[in-house]
Design a protein around this ligand. Structure first.
Ligand SMILES: Nc1ncnc2c1ncn2[C@@H]1O[C@H](COP(=O)(O)OP(=O)(O)O)[C@@H](O)[C@H]1O
Ligand SMILES: [Mg+2]
Length: 297
């Protein structure tokens, strides 16, 4: 089983420094690894991107751990690796399923804030969608990411019926996402969550959220989502989420869960496990060990 990491921008033979510790853990527990060039992949120079990936003598399974990819970039990586006899843990369709919120929304609908979306960035469709929330507070994001660190200006809308505020926050969001806007806009009902602390850099209100990694529908690890603030004894109740996980069409994904002020646990979002960050508080050896136990038969 091969873990695929990104190289450092400056030297194709060296791993991207942010993943150095992870790589050590992966090797410790018995994984092999190869490096690709993220920049070449993005530029669609796939053969160049993968030039240091050694072809497997017989079919080998692979798992990418690196920066987020668009579904198209992921597909290029997937096919490029297949040509070298390496099959990534998720097919391009499985990758997209957890990467774009609208793709898996129906699977998590009962446990996640009410959401709607559009690919049309027109005033008409923005107003039509936000009206569905009447005068509730909402947040805006694209199919993948929010501008959570610009909470007041580009994420949170205190009253969905205030069309001036809707327009200013959404326009700021679109401006900040720029060329990196993923597909379109998603609006979500804002839920009051249990407060943790204020983010030390952006001042964004942090809440008691956890990141749960699932591989082959089994829990790999439950991690504190934020690396600051005191979580105390809070631990998520996972029974309902484990049940939902069985219906998610992916072999490796994350489920971010949060606690509402009324005590109920909800799903914030899903993500493909290959491009989800491992929080700093995670024990890398433990993570890769458990991952190996689950996916390497
Ligand atoms: N509907 C919501 N209700 C309450 N808080 C939310 C909601 N959506 C997002 N947040 C807060 O904003 C953060 C970022 O939202 P998220 O959807 O995870 O976007 P990103 O993909 O940018 O991480 C969440 O971790 C949570 O703290
Ligand atoms: Mg998130």
């Amino acid at each position: 089983m091969r873990i695929i990491y990104c190289d450092s921008v400056f030297d194709n033979k060296i791993i991207e420094p942010d993943y150095e510790e992870e790589k050590k853990s992966a090797i410790n527990v018995g994984f092999d690894f190869s490096l690709i060039s993220f920049e070449e992949l993005v530029d669609e120079n796939i053969a160049t991107s993968l030039r240091f990936v050694k072809e497997a003598a017989s079919k080998e399974y692979g798992l990418y751990r690196g920066w987020m990819l668009t579904p198209n970039q992921y597909q290029n990586l997937y096919i490029g690796l297949l040509k070298k006899n390496i099959e990534l843990i998720n097919s391009p369709t499985e990758y997209k399923h957890c990467h774009y919120l609208p793709e898996s929304y129906s699977k998590i609908e009962s446990k996640t804030p009410k959401s709607n979306w559009t690919k049309e960035l027109t005033n008409d469709s923005i107003i039509k969608l936000t009206r569905e929330f009447e005068d509730s507070p909402i947040i805006v994001k694209d199919f993948v990411k929010s501008e959570k660190h610009n909470w007041e200006d580009a994420c949170f809308i205190p009253n969905a019926s205030n069309s001036d505020k809707v327009k200013s926050v959404v326009n700021k969001f679109i401006e900040l996402r720029g060329d990196f806007l993923n597909e379109g806009l998603v609006f979500r009902q804002f839920e009051e969550l249990e407060f943790l602390t204020e983010h030390s850099k952006s001042g964004m209100p942090l809440t008691k959220e956890f990141r749960v990694f699932f591989a082959n529908k089994k829990i790999v690890k439950v991690l504190d989502y934020w690396d600051e603030g005191e979580y105390g004894d809070t631990k998520p109740e996972l029974d309902d989420f484990i049940e939902i996980a069985q219906r998610i069409e992916s072999n490796f994904f994350t489920m971010d869960v949060a606690k509402r002020k009324n005590g109920e646990w909800i799903i914030m979002e899903l993500g493909d496990g290959q491009v989800a960050g491992l929080p700093d508080n995670a024990d890398g050896n433990e993570f890769y060990n458990k991952l190996r136990e689950i996916i390497v038969q």
